[in-house]
Ligand binder design. Structure first.
Ligand SMILES: NC(=O)c1ccc[n+]([C@@H]2O[C@H](COP(=O)([O-])OP(=O)(O)OC[C@H]3O[C@@H](n4cnc5c(N)ncnc54)[C@H](O)[C@@H]3O)[C@@H](O)[C@H]2O)c1
Ligand SMILES: [Zn+2]
Ligand SMILES: [Zn+2]
Length: 345
């Protein structure tokens, strides 16, 4: 089968690989029909993710059809259409029993990281019963690809942790796919103000179409002043960090109102200063989270009932043969205006 393989920092190739086989009774083999590329795949290619070794097939998102199921798989059989979660969950360990699948002692984020992933014709999914979701009849499968990672990430790490409330004020720093997923799902709770902050005017335009009430281009370094003006000098009840660099976390510290919450989503590679000399008296909460994907069944229903339309995030389509071109397009988002790509196998 064809597969996109990480070959070490800065290097990747479309290679011919053996089709995966069932290794444990709880495994399923899924024929991938649609997959996509995540910003985290670009982090891996930069050499930022130590757990991902050269030779690994990348990808942790996608939908497909069950090709084979181990004898211990009770819920799925060959021919079933499934959504693949970016998080693998055994369903039995202490963390899984708490709903913290991201920290599953034998799972978590392993797909396309410490085991081979979804940017291939076939993928082996461990703990298939608790790591796959059935695709409802008539579902738009491209919309469901957005449920493997970005929608639960924006919702769980940003909106739920950030305690977005009816009538509350919200700023989201970073209008990439994750920030936009937070923007879409924040609207379940009817906040009064949603201010999107980014350096990229195209992404800010997209944010307006997605429901932002105001946008701020922070390239002049004056985003905090603008947000203070927009909020009557108070700041925002929730500041969601969806970039993953010190400058944007520090901006969230400047934006958060007294009593508010900073909900960090970004993957940080370097240390960040925490300004407790100012924040100690502000009654703020700071949260961090690796996506658990516990909200996937709920989000699936909201997509099915058209409460949210994640296909708005899809800007490009490619075939698996063209995946190198797809990476180039995704990597140059400022000029290509790429958000999420669909790669068909
Ligand atoms: N916590 C989790 O479980 C989890 C899961 C998935 C992704 N992530 C992380 O979420 C973050 C966002 O992911 P994404 O795919 O949307 O990334 P992305 O790179 O596509 O988007 C980031 C956005 O931030 C903007 N930006 C960059 N520097 C900025 C600055 N100084 N001020 C304002 N905006 C700035 C960029 O223009 C871009 O639009 C990444 O760090 C990713 O690794 C976390
Ligand atoms: Zn991802
Ligand atoms: Zn577990």
């Amino acid at each position: 089968m064809k597969a996109l393989v990480y070959q070490g920092p800065g290097q990747k190739a479309l290679e011919e690989r053996p089709k995966p086989t069932i290794a444990a009774p709880t495994d399923a083999i899924v024929k991938v029909t649609k997959t996509t590329i995540c910003g985290t795949d670009l982090h891996i290619l930069k050499g930022d993710v130590a757990t991902c070794a050269p030779g690994r097939i990348l990808g942790h998102e996608g939908v497909g059809v069950v090709e084979a199921a181990g004898t211990g798989v009770a819920t799925f059989k060959p021919g079933d259409r499934v959504l693949i979660s970016c998080i693998t969950a055994c369903g039995r360990c202490d963390y899984c029993r708490k709903g913290m699948y991201s920290h599953c002692t034998t799972g978590g984020w392993i797909l396309g990281n410490s085991i081979d992933g979804t940017q291939a014709e076939f993928v082996r999914i461990p703990y298939a019963d608790t790591s796959l979701y059935r695709v409802p009849d008539g579902a738009d499968e491209e919309a469901l690809v957005m449920l493997s990672d970005i929608l639960p990430t924006g919702f769980e790490c940003g909106v739920l942790n950030g305690k977005v409330q009816p009538g509350s004020t919200l700023a989201i720093v970073g209008a990439g796919p994750i920030g936009l997923a937070a923007l879409l799902t924040a609207q379940f709770y009817s906040p009064s103000d949603i201010i999107m902050i980014d350096l990229d005017d195209n992404r800010l335009e997209v944010s307006k179409r997605f429901g932002a009430t105001a946008t701020v281009n922070s390239s002049d370094g004056k985003a905090a002043e603008q947000v203070m003006r927009l909020t009557g000098g108070r700041g925002v009840d929730t500041a969601i960090e969806a970039v993953g660099i010190p400058a944007t976390f520090n901006l969230c510290e400047d934006l958060v109102a007294a009593g508010g919450t900073i909900a960090n989503i970004g993957v940080h590679g370097v240390k960040v200063d925490l300004h407790l000399e100012r924040l100690w008296s502000h009654n703020v909460t700071i949260t961090t989270r690796l996506v658990d994907t516990v909200s996937t069944p709920m989000l699936l229903k909201t997509v099915q009932s058209k409460r949210i339309d994640p296909t708005q995030l899809i800007t490009h389509h490619f075939q698996l043969d063209q995946i190198i071109e797809a990476y180039d397009t995704f990597g140059k988002a400022a000029s290509t205006k790429a958000l999420k790509l669909i790669i068909e196998t």
